[in-house]
Ligand binder design. Structure first.
Ligand code: F0G
Length: 494
């Protein structure tokens, strides 16, 4: 006789909760190992206290980046076998071109080896020396290519984005008044284009609302200025729109992505993130003349316009990845896992950027180490301490990443001094997140004993990738040749 008090699959309700799970299971595994404490001390010392210089064999759980670290699906690996490695006119290019046209809605497509390849091309073609490029917070490679093309980046993100405690639901939004003021000051013809990123990486993976994208687009049209979108994490952005923006509940992320992209004249993407591949990028525009220029330039710097630095198989895997990335169940689990880690840390009182963003949990190094000046590299210190504690690899997103002002040579001094725990897509389990959270908590509990770092080697471009550091002794003060606004940093430290 059936027992009708037993209701399968709803057992969780007895405890007042229903869990969700990833819409996939694991077919292949890659072993990882944890070095002992002495091994970790040696490894981080040899790496100059820069997690970018660690060997991945010495890393236990790798949260350096979500870039190119995705696990591909069985369908994508099958697509790899369908690579058409013809130099010109590979069928895989046409599959990729079709996927981009269909899903993002742009007319003309140029493949690139990764995001910065696309940034290089768009910067060279769309910026005249002396022009300005407003954007919603800088990104390292994006701003560098704008500067190398003779442009000057201007941050026009809303003020809330610089405040790690603000609960604004769309901290990636542009401040229309700041944008208007810049246009009034320099004149619309001196604006190369407006550069809108969704989500905003350096602000904590924070989304841009549809209403803001629409308003920025209308403002640009009024002044005859082009709007280009950095679509690197636009699917994660669409998830937040569905969840938070009135009128979008229940809409598919695919339809939201398509509508969002329609507000821009073109877009580029580092496909190594939301594209669910290990390498790849693209640039797509609606303007035929601009496309002609881009298609000509890509053969100089990347490769022929039907491969742009990619193998045929890479383009095929990306065409499949684009489709998979737009599945609602996938993106819910993806952002859900990041949020799970963020909520554990929040419950334990650890200082993180709120709300938790799409691709990473950002630790607020200012609140970990209020006793360290910004010149002692608090976020770099925190990444090193976390590695020492457990072998978990994070990344600095503070003064080292911000680099120097090319005109004055001084450090840029970002308000946000963050350490990023970046979650690769479809790679780690909830148990890995638990281990990470416990290690972060241990470093939080030991926060008063951190002494900071000094930079002993500094490369010219994108210094955070290759810079080397040494620990400061307890009581030793950091020195900086840049000087300037250290007082401002101290007064705004919470
Ligand atoms: N735009 C954004 C918003 C990015 O996050 C990145 C890369 C790029 C452009 C450049 O793309 O790496 O393919 O050349 N971000 C990586 C990160 C490196 O770790 O956040 P790429």
């Amino acid at each position: 006789m059936p027992d009708d008090t037993f209701v399968p699959h709803t057992m969780g309700q007895q405890f007042g909760r229903r869990s969700w799970a990833e819409p996939w299971k694991i077919k292949m595994v890659e072993p990882i190992r944890q070095l002992d404490r002495a091994g970790r001390e040696r490894a981080i010392r040899e790496a100059g206290y820069n997690t970018f210089l660690l060997r991945s064999d010495d890393v236990y759980i790798d949260l350096l980046t979500d870039s190119g670290t995705n696990a591909m699906s069985d369908r994508q690996w099958a697509a790899i076998m369908l690579g058409d490695e013809a130099y010109a006119g590979s069928r895989n290019f046409y599959h990729l071109e079709g996927a981009i046209q269909r899903r993002f809605g742009y007319r003309y497509v140029v493949p690139t080896h990764q995001g910065r390849g696309a940034e290089h091309l768009i910067s060279r073609t769309a910026i005249k020396p002396g022009q300005w490029v407003p954007g919603n917070m800088y990104f390292t490679t994006t701003r560098l290519h704008q500067e190398l093309a003779g442009g000057t980046f201007v941050d026009v993100i809303i003020d809330e984005a610089h405040d790690p405690t603000s609960l604004h639901p769309f901290k990636g939004d542009m401040d229309l008044a700041k944008l208007e003021a810049l246009i009034a000051r320099v004149g619309p013809e001196q604006i190369a284009y407006v550069s809108l990123a969704a989500t905003v990486n350096m602000a904590g993976g924070q989304p841009v609302s549809m209403a803001n994208a629409r308003a920025v687009s209308e403002l640009c049209q009024r002044h005859g200025i082009r709007l280009f979108l950095d679509a690197t994490r636009v699917v994660e952005n669409a998830f937040f729109i569905e969840e938070r923006e009135p009128g979008f509940a229940g809409r598919s992320v695919a339809s939201i992505v398509h509508e969002f992209c329609s507000h821009a004249d073109g877009a580029w993407m580092s496909a190594k993130k939301d594209g669910l591949v290990n390498i790849g990028g693209w640039l797509a525009v609606n303007d035929e003349e601009l496309f002609e220029e881009l298609r000509n330039l890509v053969v100089v710097f990347e490769g022929l316009h039907t491969y742009g630095g990619l193998a045929g198989r890479d383009m095929e895997a990306l065409a499949v990845g684009i489709e998979e990335s737009l599945e609602d169940a996938y993106i819910r689990a993806r952002v859900g896992q990041v949020r799970y880690l963020g909520e554990l840390l929040t419950d334990w009182g650890v200082a993180i950027v709120q709300p938790v963003g799409g691709h990473a949990v950002f630790l607020d190094a200012r609140r970990f180490y209020p006793h360290l000046p910004q010149d002692a590299f608090p976020a770099q210190t925190l990444a090193a301490e976390l590695y020492l504690d457990s072998g978990v690899r994070a990344m600095e997103r503070g003064i080292a990443s911000a680099g120097r002002d090319p005109k004055t040579g001084d450090h840029h001094r970002p308000k946000l001094e963050l350490t990023r725990l970046t979650i690769p897509r479809r790679v780690y389990t909830q148990a890995h997140m638990d281990v990470v959270a416990e290690s972060v908590k241990a470093v939080w509990d030991a926060r008063e004993s951190a002494t900071g770092l000094r930079m002993v080697y500094e490369p010219k471009y994108l210094r955070f990738f290759q810079a080397k550091f040494e620990p400061l002794a307890a009581g030793e003060t950091a020195t900086s040749e840049a000087g300037g606004s250290e007082a401002a940093y101290s007064s705004s430290r919470g």
